[in-house]
Design a protein around this ligand. Structure first.
Ligand code: GDP
Length: 477
């Protein structure tokens, strides 16, 4: 591992290249920023930036001072009027010397400035390379680095809040606390192994069993939060299902009116389904209507049915819609029978019913067929019941609660996998002990759990994992 957890402020990032990239989206905008980090950053800035006034200290580029001037080519020709921000190591994002040219936000301007910076000796940064350096120089741990990306990608309030918590080290703190408890447990078992007390012939692990079980419990709790974390990052995928004319498209539109449509970089509308992303009380929801995919004898159309099944399989939650103003059809019953756990049954069109209430026989039949899944009476036409539907959806997101728990949320699939491995190793330790095998074998498992936890924060992580993780970042971050 090359990480310098205690990188000294006085030690230059020896041997490192100076990297540069455009840090703002390419396009027309108020400003465009070219960011430079590394040992040559200040030299490059001195060569390419002509301040309009001399600074108080004879042109020395002072940290945290914004200077106005011109960006020039290596040959001295003006490229743009700009501000230069200087952040000297170690008080910068990467803990290296960082300069940022804040130019006019035109694609040509920022490209020209970048070209000059490269001509002056910097090399083009890889995606995520600034953040990777921040990690390697001990400025961020890996869970925090992942949170940086989650902050950038957040499209709703709850997603942003969860990402910011982890950027502030919430998940890391939880994981480190678990690691410390494991360390203490390991030390005690080892002490017992090394100095067996002849008078006590019970296993030194014995008294620690409770503590290890408690650690296991906390770990399992943390892993359970990955469900919410993933939904906040990727959106809750909700698929509307039901026979034609029960009101699926009407419900999709009604829900869109309730929430706020989110424009995502990935267009959701496919050939066989309509997908809309909306912000439902701060939670991103991807709503899919597979209308148009009908059960039919026509072989081409039945392809659509297969696709519709795939959508249902991929859903976090299926909204099984029936027409509450009619009795159940055989097709409805079949849909209800096929439902898996993540499903809510919607009886739509209750506005057509006297008093807006489902007839008792229909209600009873729905309860019977829906196997204990939540049942909500709604009207796409009047909006009735949509609030209850949202409550049910949020209960699924927050695993029972109505809003995000105070607890840390696991912030990436990678972290979740590492935590699951840690849990597996703990279980292995219990298995080892219950088979009556020696305690030091259990210690091997405990150490493995400790190492897996360390992967979350990046204390124990391979170069390969790092490369893959940072490759997902944007250039300039
Ligand atoms: P889909 O085929 O399941 O997508 O159904 P649509 O959304 O196209 O709706 C079928 C018909 O039912 C349309 O004429 C809608 O106006 C009507 N409809 C849908 N929802 C309601 C509702 O809640 N109340 C009433 N009265 N009509 C509805």
């Amino acid at each position: 591992m090359t990480r310098r957890a205690d990188a000294s402020p006085d030690r230059p990032a020896a041997g490192e290249d100076t990297i540069a990239a455009i840090a703002t989206p390419l396009g027309e905008g108020g400003i465009g920023i070219v960011r430079v980090s590394g040992p040559e950053a200040l030299t490059i800035a001195t060569r390419l930036f002509r301040p309009s006034r001399r600074g108080p200290r004879q042109g020395r580029l002072e940290s945290y001072r914004l200077r106005h001037g011109r960006v020039v080519t290596v040959g001295g020709e003006t490229i743009d009027e700009a501000l230069l921000a200087v952040m000297r190591r170690p008080r910068s994002y990467t803990r290296e010397d960082v300069v940022e040219f804040q130019c006019h936000g035109g694609p040509m301007v920022v490209r020209r400035v970048l070209e000059e910076v490269l001509a002056a000796g910097a090399k083009l940064a890889q995606p995520g390379e600034f953040t990777k350096r921040a990690f390697l120089n001990g400025r961020l741990d890996l869970a925090e680095a992942e949170a940086v990306m989650a902050v950038i990608r957040a499209r709703t309030e709850a997603s942003l809040r969860a990402a910011l918590e982890n950027l502030g080290g919430r998940l890391s703190a939880r994981v480190r606390a678990l690691q410390e408890r494991l360390t203490r447990a390991i030390a005690q078992v080892e002490a017992g192994v090394d100095f067996p007390d002849d008078e006590v012939d019970e296993s030194p692990f014995g008294p620690l069993r409770g503590e290890c079980e408690a650690i296991r419990g906390s770990l399992a709790e943390l892993i359970a939060s990955a469900h919410t974390g993933k939904i906040l990052r990727q959106g809750l995928k909700v698929v509307l299902a039901g026979r034609p004319n029960v009101g699926k498209s009407s419900l999709l539109n009604a829900l869109l009116r309730e929430g706020r449509a989110i424009v995502t970089p990935v267009p959701g509308t496919t050939r066989d389904a309509i997908e809309e992303t909306l912000d439902l009380r701060g939670v991103p929801v991807r709503l899919v209507d597979t209308a148009g995919l009908r059960a039919t004898a026509d072989p081409v159309e039945s392809l659509g049915v297969e696709r519709s099944r795939e959508w249902l399989r991929a859903a976090d939650i299926v909204l099984a819609v029936v027409d509450g103003s009619e009795g159940l059809h055989e097709e409805d019953r079949q849909l209800l029978r096929e439902l898996r756990d993540g499903a809510i049954v919607l009886a739509n069109k209750v506005d057509l019913l006297p008093g807006g209430r489902l007839p008792p026989e229909l209600a009873a039949e729905l309860v019977h067929h829906s196997g204990g899944r939540p049942l909500v009476a709604v009207s796409a036409a009047t909006g009735e019941g949509l609030g209850s539907l949202e409550d049910e959806l949020l209960r699924f997101v927050y695993a029972g609660g109505a809003e995000a728990p105070e607890e840390a949320l696991v912030g990436s699939v990678r972290a979740e996998e590492a935590l699951r491995r840690a849990l597996g190793a703990l279980d292995q330790a219990f298995a080892t002990l219950s088979q009556g095998l020696p305690d030091d074998l259990a210690v091997v498992d405990l150490r493995e759990a400790w190492g897996a936890l360390g992967e979350v924060t990046g204390e124990t992580v391979t170069e390969d994992i790092l490369d893959r993780l940072f490759a997902e970042f944007c250039v300039g971050k």
